[in-house]
Write a protein that binds this ligand. Structure first.
Ligand code: AMP
Ligand code: MN
Ligand code: MN
Ligand code: MN
Length: 283
């Protein structure tokens, strides 16, 4: 039995369509799923329909790009209504920022002699409203500027590298308040992945997140290490967070655990899905 509340389709930077992704979930025995594309809910309707066909319970989700103290922080929103005008407005804003960033990255890469990046990356984006650094990485690889996908991030796309473009994403607190105001549940995504300059900052982020109305943290994630899973399970106990879990799966080519195959959350924690009326022992 496996709950997976964090994964991506080709409506953001995932490789599979909503239907293909849901089929993999069914094959893996996922018992409850969410789709959490970056800054878009455009894939929700199709994924919900596919999940219904496979009889997999489904919670609509999103992964919002935010900033906290200069660090990019991802906040998952569960249970939002993609048709709400407030949601549409907030997401249109972030989509505009993605477009603007794509042009900035194109200019930055041109300065180091790499031309045509925006056009190239766009070809990898199935749904162009949601251009991601992942698409730039895939193009850099295809065009022979790097030898591996990871090298594209390490040489060009990470903060401090020549292709990186800083964008003023909404603050983490703002995004949490938005999710809460729309009746959703805010979940801090893969807390073990953030690289803070100072050790105290992680605790401060958790406090700000909670004060703003954030209720849950991912205590197991396919995109963080097992060592950090343990640290954040303990944080959830100490601070009274609900526990969430997700594979953060993007593609069959990825070395990460597939949908539903990330470690389960420790039994003593209260799973976030109980808030949606699902039994604690579902995952
Ligand atoms: P974006 O939201 O467009 O900035 O793209 C971020 C996505 O790129 C993340 O969701 C990951 O899928 C991927 N990513 C970010 N940083 C790295 C990294 N250092 N190495 C590999 N992939 C990364
Ligand atoms: Mn991604
Ligand atoms: Mn993320
Ligand atoms: Mn993700």
């Amino acid at each position: 039995m496996a709950v997976d509340l964090h994964m991506h389709s080709n409506f953001s930077d995932g490789a599979l369509s909503p239907e293909e992704l849901t089929a993999v979930c069914a094959k893996n025995g996922v018992t409850l799923m969410s789709l959490t594309d970056h800054d878009t809910m455009a894939g929700i309707e199709r994924t919900a329909a596919a999940a219904h066909d496979y009889r997999i319970p489904f919670i609509p989700g999103i992964e919002i790009s935010t900033l906290w103290g200069g660090t990019g922080i991802h906040v998952v929103g569960l249970g939002l209504n993609p048709k709400s005008p407030g949601v549409a407005r907030f997401l249109a804003d972030n989509a505009g920022k993605r477009e603007q960033r794509g042009r900035m990255m194109d200019e930055n890469l041109a300065k180091v002699g790499i031309h045509g990046a925006l056009e190239g990356a766009s070809k990898f984006a199935e749904h162009p409203s949601s251009l991601s650094r992942t698409h730039f990485a895939l193009w850099l690889l295809e065009a022979g500027h790097v030898k591996t996908y990871q090298e594209a991030f390490d040489r060009y796309l990470r903060p401090g590298r020549p292709g990186y473009a800083r964008i003023k994403w909404p603050s983490t607190v703002e995004a949490v308040r938005f999710i809460v105001s729309e009746g959703g549940t805010a979940v801090l995504a893969h807390p073990g992945r953030y690289e803070f300059q100072e050790a105290w900052m992680c605790g401060a982020l958790l406090e700000d997140f909670q004060k703003a109305g954030g209720e849950a943290i991912e205590v197991t994630s396919g995109s963080q290490s097992r060592a950090t899973d343990i640290i954040f399970a303990q944080k959830a106990r100490e601070m009274g967070f609900l526990a969430s879990t997700g594979s953060d799966w993007h593609s069959p080519r990825s070395p990460r655990p597939g949908p539903g195959l990330q470690p389960p959350i420790p039994r003593d924690l209260t799973p976030v899905w109980t808030k949606f009326g699902y039994p604690a022992d579902m995952g």
